[in-house]
Design a protein around this ligand. Structure first.
Ligand code: HEC
Length: 202
């Protein structure tokens, strides 16, 4: 093998390496992977987004409704001690560092007249549903950017459920919790059933 032949071999090896590197760089630049918003494979028995929950956990607490069904109002009253340093809870109570929270469930956001709310909360123009409150007390700043409520958040889902169930009792019109609506649905079905039985009876 002469020197020219050897040069050709070395050159072709180098060329292969360069092409390999260049194509990998180009393909990296062309393809930018995006995380999926939804699970592409629907696996029976696995709830939507369950597989992605690890990545979304930071800002999204699990839904509160299933936990409200088994909420412990007395425990909720204990947890509410974390709130009373800034909020009064009784009817007609004064606004403190935070606004009075009597009847907050299903109330409009920024409900207290004259309270100097943050722009973020005022702009939200939504209602304090169970779920919105769940998000807010899980991570106030994650739910309302620039909120004035300097509270780290309640990480334990059942604690949030207990607290929300308790706050719901502090109202002129406590809302039905998910469990009681299901119960009443069951009962109303029973009623219909027993009525039809009655009709059949002589
Ligand atoms: C360190 C004081 C502080 C603590 C502790 C605190 N809050 Fe607040 N809270 C505030 C402030 C201040 C605001 C007004 C937020 C804004 O304007 O962005 C607020 C607003 C709220 C609102 C919105 C009221 C409305 O009218 O829209 C709710 C609901 C609420 N807090 C619930 C709670 C609950 C429940 C707890 C206990 C887990 C709690 N807060 C603990 C200071 C506090």
């Amino acid at each position: 093998m002469d020197g020219f032949e050897l040069n050709k071999i070395v050159a072709s090896i180098l060329l292969t390496l360069v092409i390999g590197m260049a194509s990998s760089l180009i393909s990296d630049a062309l393809v930018t992977p995006k995380p999926l918003l939804h699970n592409v494979y629907i696996v029976p028995g696995v709830k939507k987004n369950e597989l992605l929950s690890a990545s979304t956990l930071e800002n999204d607490p699990p839904p509160i409704e299933p936990l409200l069904a088994t909420a412990n109002v007395e425990n909720g009253a204990k947890i509410a001690k974390k709130c009373v340093q800034c909020h009064s809870l009784e009817k007609g109570g004064a606004n403190r560092i935070g606004p009075n929270l009597w009847g907050i469930i299903k109330n409009k956001m920024a409900h207290a007249i004259g309270f100097p709310y943050s722009k973020g909360l005022e702009a939200k123009k939504d209602t304090w549903t169970f779920e919105n409150l769940n998000h807010f007390i899980y991570k106030p700043r994650g739910f309302i950017a620039g909120t004035k409520m300097s509270f780290a958040g309640l990480g334990k889902a059942q604690d949030r459920a207990d607290l929300i169930a308790y706050l719901n009792t502090l109202s002129d019109v406590p809302q039905p919790l998910p469990s009681s609506t299901q119960e009443s649905k069951k009962n109303s079905k029973k009623d219909i059933h027993s009525k039809s039985e009655n009709i059949n009876q002589p």
